[in-house]
Design a protein around this ligand. Structure first.
Ligand code: TRP
Length: 318
């Protein structure tokens, strides 16, 4: 395997104790969702993506499969593709198969080993492609290196509807930063999950096999492992509820009995029925997303599936 030139921007290690303590003090209580993805959490998430109820991954892949040629035409020749949170770099292959003379692929991920591994596989599969892995937290501002050849256009790729895990004001700030990264006339190809029947949404986040429950509860296991918190994980249960007014699925951990949680020298009393919110997954309409993005981007193309459950959109930076 070729040795790739890793650009290591040395992302700050997470302060799990500090951030969790602060979040538990908030009212209502909240735990930061970025802590889901430790080794065990990432494995569970991979299983979520295969669940019959979890439609987003397979719907997005089907849209990519069907429309990758149109997307590649929209991105144009000689583009520089920058993937935000590249993980295993699976979905991007559908695009790379179709792009005309791309000047480079820059996968950005916070997990160094996973990044190098995935980038190496892409470099192997696309020997002509200039692959520049960047280890960084894509949520933080950064300066990208120049590709070896000047690109016709910079395009950020952000699949998975991860944008839905940001609250609207966070999403707007994030999109403004991405627009700066790709520069005026540059693009963003983004996966956006769409509003649909509550029953479908709730099932997607509360599967019959209990994998999503295990994923949510793993957050408490992680805090125990990394902080020695001694939380009685069995005393909590996973709950996913559709909040129609806010247009989001909310993930909670609900206490089955009164609990004392000791963290970082503080003790938190949690009463039976009280919940800790762990994540929100906003579901947009095509109109609400266009409006959310409108300060920084204009939506120029939208590809969806027949049921209009998911969308892949191409936005141009203003
Ligand atoms: N980005 C995913 C989503 O919003 C994350 C996710 C899927 C998730 N299932 C979950 C997060 C369950 C917390 C709990 O669809």
């Amino acid at each position: 395997m070729p040795q790739l030139p890793l650009l290591d921007l040395e992302p700050q290690a997470d302060d799990v104790v500090g951030e969790c303590t602060a979040a538990m003090r908030a009212s209502p209580r909240q735990l930061p969702c970025k802590f889901f993805y430790d080794r065990r959490g990432s494995q569970l998430f991979d299983r979520i993506c295969e669940l019959p109820e979890y439609y987003p991954t397979r719907t997005e892949l089907a849209i990519l499969h069907e429309h990758a040629p149109a997307m590649a035409a929209r991105l144009g020749p000689r583009c520089l593709l920058i993937e935000l949170g590249s993980g295993s770099s699976v979905k991007v292959r559908k695009l790379l198969d179709e792009l005309v003379d791309p000047v480079g692929y820059m996968p950005i991920d916070i997990s160094r080993e996973h990044l190098l591994d995935a980038a190496g596989q892409i470099a192997d599969a696309y020997p002509e492609l200039d692959v520049q892995p960047i280890c960084a937290d894509y949520a933080q501002p950064m300066t990208l290196p120049e590709p070896t050849q000047p690109p016709q256009r910079r395009v950020a790729y952000f699949p998975g509807s991860t944008i839905g895990n940001l609250h609207p004001d966070e999403a707007r700030r994030f999109l403004a930063r991405v627009a700066g990264m790709v520069q005026q006339g540059g693009g963003l190809l983004i996966g956006v999950d769409l509003r649909k029947e509550p029953a479908v949404l709730e099932a997607a986040y509360n599967d019959a096999a209990g994998v999503t429950a295990a994923f949510n509860l793993n957050l408490l296991h992680r805090i125990n492992r990394e902080v020695g918190a001694g939380i009685d994980v069995d005393a909590f249960e996973h709950q996913a509820v559709w909040n129609g007014e806010a247009s989001r699925v909310e993930m909670h951990l609900v206490a089955r009995s009164d609990q004392h949680v000791a963290l970082n020298g503080d003790t938190f009393h949690i009463t039976v029925g009280e919940s800790i919110r762990t994540e929100c997954s906003y579901k947009h309409t095509l109109a609400s997303f266009a409006s959310l993005a409108s300060e920084a981007f204009e939506v120029v193309d939208v590809w969806t599936d027949a049921r209009q459950w998911f969308s892949v959109q191409y936005l141009e930076a203003k």
